[in-house]
Ligand binder design. Structure first.
Ligand SMILES: NC(=O)C1=CN([C@@H]2O[C@H](COP(=O)(O)OP(=O)(O)OC[C@H]3O[C@@H](n4cnc5c(N)ncnc54)[C@H](O)[C@@H]3O)[C@@H](O)[C@H]2O)[C@@H](O)CC1
Ligand SMILES: Nc1ncnc2c1ncn2[C@@H]1O[C@H](COP(=O)(O)OP(=O)(O)O)[C@@H](O)[C@H]1O
Ligand SMILES: [K+]
Length: 479
């Protein structure tokens, strides 16, 4: 697991470390690493370092100090460094002195645009973890002249460090070099951060506020049959999805469950013939009441929100097995919360709303702080809540939260959510902790999406087809 900490926790840890570290030492550690990355980017983009031009955008705090010190280090490699000070009177004193000593040039705000336009690399040291709100107009105006690659110091300025929300002008970086620990922005705003590199400056932190599964976690969690396994021991998942008019959701959710594990998949609903035709290995019946025993249910995609859908949901909630309630099932729960009375409170429930379904469940949209929103919904429904979107947030009622950072946005295609619910259901049936099941499913879903797309639009069927490749890729680390 990768740990992610809020800026409040990071600041407290920095204060503890600063108290036992010689003056300026932490900033020099940070700035040296920054200079190494800057040189690497120059070499990548221009083929050389010496003689290239770097322009620093320098704000009034330590973030600007990092940039100024990094500029001084770059001067040692004969880089032409210019610094635009947004608040000259409040620029970091020792950093500014170091840059000047090294032969770096300080340019006025008025002359800034021409230096930015001529730069081979722009370093964003406008604001770091003390940022509040979007960029101020003077900084925003400078950004309009940037065409060179951008290296963000700690985080892209203008993006909220604790939520990743962008609410106005903000830096879009090609690379972000961060210090001490990952902050929420790095997991929640991948398009603003670019590639993120974490530099160890000696910070010590306890339990993280937010987590991200890495490939090894997913590989370790994903069920793999052993010599003593059979189709039942791998987990039997029931899929209550689709309708005669809309059988697609059933085919996609059942298919994802088939591909996820080597357990058994049962289907119950009006699309039984179509599902059987597509997936002969699925045992399909017309109704949940005669579906047979399962270890988990996926319910909702395409079942409609009327009386019949409500009864199907009530039935599966009363079986005493984990349930993944997706799509129409979340809408039914929002409109008729009494269906949850059928649930044994000790059996796990996973809700998988997109922003619209979330609003129905909670009465207001997720807002800027999607982690807090998912946590609130998890508490309210005593369920694991998987909040869909570009980044998927998974929160448990006990407060655990993880985020899945996607590679691109190809998952935003019709039916993609049905595939995800099939994956979640298969993992629940295999007995995984529901929070981990949802997180691991989101991870493999987004990996399958990027493998299927490979740079061009894909479809839910394409994502489904790429699940085996995604699992092979995840498992290749461990086998
Ligand atoms: N404290 C430490 O030990 C270390 C801190 N480091 C750096 O220090 C940074 C934090 O520095 P500071 O706490 O001095 O603060 P920042 O540099 O993040 O912000 C400084 C000032 O910027 C202004 N500001 C806030 N929001 C703004 C906005 N939206 N637009 C424009 N200006 C805005 C405010 O006046 C704020 O006080 C980290 O992000 C990191 O880059 C690193 O040098 C590593 C060590
Ligand atoms: N911009 C995006 N970038 C990455 N993933 C996205 C984006 N938009 C949606 N997704 C993902 O695509 C899936 C869409 O699911 P859902 O909204 O239920 O669609 P559908 O009902 O068509 O299946 C979710 O897993 C969601 O997290
Ligand atoms: K910054």
């Amino acid at each position: 697991m990768q740990g992610i900490w809020t800026t409040e926790r990071i600041r407290a840890a920095e204060d503890r470390l600063l108290a036992v570290t010689p003056d300026g030492e932490l900033m020099r550690r940070a700035a040296f690493a920054l200079a190494v990355h800057a040189a690497e980017m120059l070499a990548e983009h221009t083929g050389s370092v010496s003689g290239r031009r770097v322009t620093l955008l320098v704000g009034s705090g330590n973030n600007g100090g990092d940039a100024l010190w990094a500029g001084a280090f770059l001067r040692r490699r004969n880089v032409a460094v210019s610094a635009i000070l947004l608040k000259p009177e409040r620029a970091h004193g020792p950093g500014l002195a170091a840059l000047k000593r090294s032969g770096g040039k300080v340019v006025s705000l008025e002359d800034g645009p021409q230096w930015i336009r001529r730069a081979d690399l722009v370093v964003d040291g406008i604001v770091g973890i003390s940022a509040r709100g979007p960029l101020r107009p003077d900084a925003a105006a400078l950004l309009e002249h940037v065409s060179a690659p951008v290296l963000a110091v700690d985080l892209p300025s203008g993006v909220d460090p604790d939520t990743g929300a962008v609410d106005g002008p903000a830096v879009v970086a090609d690379r972000t070099v961060t210090f001490g620990a990952l902050k929420p922005v790095h997991a929640l705003a991948p398009a603003s951060c670019g590639e993120v590199s974490l530099v160890d400056i000696g910070l010590r932190l306890s339990e993280p506020d937010l987590q991200r599964l890495d490939t090894a976690d997913v590989a370790a969690a994903w069920p793999v049959p052993g010599p003593d396994d059979d189709k039942y021991s791998q987990g039997v998942v029931g899929v209550a999805a689709g309708s005669a008019t809309y059988p697609g959701a059933a085919v996609l959710a059942a298919g994802a469950a088939v591909r996820a594990t080597s357990g058994l998949v049962r289907y119950a609903g009006h699309a039984a013939d179509v599902v059987r035709g597509q997936w002969p290995e699925v045992i399909a019946t017309g109704s949940v009441t005669d579906a047979g025993r399962v270890q988990a249910w996926v319910v909702g995609p395409g079942i409609g929100t009327g009386h019949e859908g409500r009864e199907v949901l009530r039935f599966v909630l009363g079986r005493g097995v984990p349930v993944c309630a997706d799509a129409d099932a979340t809408t039914i729960i929002a409109r008729s919360p009494d269906v949850l009375d059928a649930r044994d409170p000790d059996t796990p429930l996973v809700l998988t709303p997109h922003a619209g379904e979330f609003e129905r469940l909670m009465g207001s949209p997720p807002g800027a702080d999607r982690v807090a929103a998912a946590r609130a919904a998890a508490r309210k429904y005593d369920a694991v809540v998987l909040l869909k979107g570009h980044c998927t947030v998974v929160a448990a009622p006990d407060g655990r939260a993880l985020v899945n950072t996607p590679r691109g946005s190809w998952l935003a295609t019709a039916g993609s959510g049905d595939v995800l619910s099939g994956l979640v259901g298969a993992l629940l049936a295999a007995g995984l902790d529901p929070w981990l099941a949802a997180g691991a499913a989101a991870h493999v879903h987004s990996l399958a999406g990027s493998l299927a797309a490979d740079g061009a639009p894909t479809s839910a069927s394409g994502i489904l087809g790429a699940i085996p490749d995604a699992l092979r890729s995840v498992r290749s680390l461990t086998s």
